[in-house]
Design a binder for this molecule. Structure first.
Ligand code: COA
Length: 325
């Protein structure tokens, strides 16, 4: 038995911040950002918008796209590292907004592969009979935790949430393989140091910008390529398919050079790699479900197409899978 994606949805906040806007904020240029990352612009949430607000719209769109009755949903899992609050979960706000009181709703903290982690849990829940129809979401309002004075990181991130409805498949379509993993030895390379129980918020943590993203870009880059390559290869092997059978590779949209290098290493032509980083930037857990929804709405995903997804992020953690559409 397989589980499949019945429908997709996504939401990007209205406000667009271009590289030219960033030139006015930090010492950078459109040319540098484009050349080093492939990003031209990103969407930024308003002061009033939290991650759940984006998620609720993405979820409503996924429900509509799947054609289900929203009351069929019996579980909600939200992959995010920018929850509305440390508690309660962001998923519970989505549950409340959708009027689905009573069903389990919880967040998964797995940084950029958060959506793949959520998918893995949903897959297991459906296969074990604990759920029949799961709403999974992945996405962020990273703009709220970016240090807008750090040119080495602030140019890379954007806001947005993607959502999918998952249920039992009645044919060969659906998830063929999923693999997730992590290596806590590299936790310091990409981290939001303060705001948790290790370093609760104080005047000093605020003054020292410790509630924002701290990143060692070069080290993250090297490990990203390795993690994406290894997890993608593992997902292909587990699925028992050949890389030539893959119609589209949807990698985590962190950097165009990371995506192209990974494509070279796993031996997939770059034309098969779906990239929207130029418009969306790195939305962490939103990356893959937003890209998937764009592809779905643009008619790129047809029945029986094999899709490879792979992601990595802070932790480090990674995840990959092969899906038959
Ligand atoms: N604009 C202009 N110059 C910048 C800049 C910016 N926004 N950010 C950094 N620079 C400068 C650096 O200060 C450095 O200057 P120096 O040579 O005078 O010291 C120079 O550009 C090169 O910096 P470097 O860090 O070596 O560049 P890079 O080619 O490694 O690119 C990243 C930097 C961040 C784009 C790249 O390392 C990367 O994408 N890493 C992965 C990050 C990531 O994906 N994080 C999220 C993971 S989920």
């Amino acid at each position: 038995m397989r589980t499949k994606i019945l429908g997709t949805g996504s939401y990007l906040p209205e406000k667009v911040l271009t590289n030219f806007d960033l030139e006015k904020m930090v010492d950078t240029t459109d040319e540098w950002i484009t050349k080093r990352s492939g990003i031209k612009e990103r969407h930024i949430a308003s002061e009033k918008e939290a991650t759940s607000d984006l998620g609720i719209i993405a979820a409503e769109r996924a429900i509509k796209n799947s054609g289900i009755d929203k009351n069929d949903i019996d579980m909600i899992i939200f992959g995010t590292i920018t929850p509305d609050r440390l508690f309660p979960s962001t998923a519970i706000y989505v549950q409340k907004a959708l009027g689905l009181v009573g069903i389990p709703a919880f967040d998964v903290s797995a940084a950029c592969p958060g959506y793949i982690y959520a998918m893995t849990i949903a897959d297991s829940m459906i296969k074990s009979g604990q759920a029949k129809c799961v709403l999974i979401l992945g996405g962020e309002t990273l703009s709220k935790i970016v240090n807008w004075e750090d040119r080495g990181s602030c140019v890379l991130f954007g806001d947005g949430v993607g959502a999918s409805i998952m249920a039992k498949s009645n044919d060969e379509s659906g998830i063929i393989s999923l693999t997730i993993g992590g290596d806590g030895n590299m936790e310091k390379l990409l981290i939001q140091p303060a705001g948790g129980s290790r370093m609760p918020a104080t005047k000093e943590t605020l003054e020292n910008n410790l509630h924002t993203i701290q990143m060692e870009g070069n080290e993250v880059y090297k490990n990203a390529v390795n993690a994406l390559t290894n997890s993608a290869n593992k997902a292909i092997e587990m699925a028992g398919v050949s890389i030539d059978d893959i119609k589209y590779f949807i990698p985590h949209q962190a950097n165009i050079r990371i995506m192209k290098t990974t494509a070279k290493y796993i031996k997939i032509p770059v034309e098969k790699v779906y990239m929207n980083i130029d418009r969306v930037a790195n939305t962490s857990a939103g990356s893959i479900p937003i890209a998937m929804d764009e592809m779905n709405r643009n008619g790129l995903l047809n029945k029986d197409d094999l899709i490879l997804v792979a992601s990595f992020g802070a932790g480090f953690v990674w995840g990959a899978g092969v899906i038959r559409w």
